[in-house]
Design a protein. Sequence first.
Length: 156
Amino acid sequence: MEFALYALTALISFLGVFVGGILAFISPEEMPTGKKYFPVLQAACVLAFAAFFSHFLGLPGALRFAIYLGVLAYAFFKQNTVIVYYLLGILLSFVSSDNNALLTLSMIAFIYGVASGSLYAAASKLPKIRAISKLLFIHSPFLFLSIFTEFFRNVF
């Protein structure tokens, strides 16, 4: 895949965090319900990402099952969603050779970003503009890791 097109795909995936932050500020009355369901959505996204990624790699069934159990166990425990988001950015670059897999995984990363952005913005006590700026800054390594990983994969 052409590098510029991949970078645009990664950027659009990253904008899920921005959309989530805006969503939290536009509809604050929905956030108490969202605080219950967004962590479930994040866990589902991580599980779906692991399923599609392991299928893309062509891993044997027993190994896939072990990965699914590990991801499920991790999803039910308290997780650092920012680090998971960074990892999604790195893994996204490994599927760049397959357009269908890249589209699927970038959509999952976008949805995960919406949930993460909404939860962060809803918990933030900062003014709206500062909260969105900090949200984008904290999650920006997703974009950089994704693009740099793809760049180095193409160079080396």
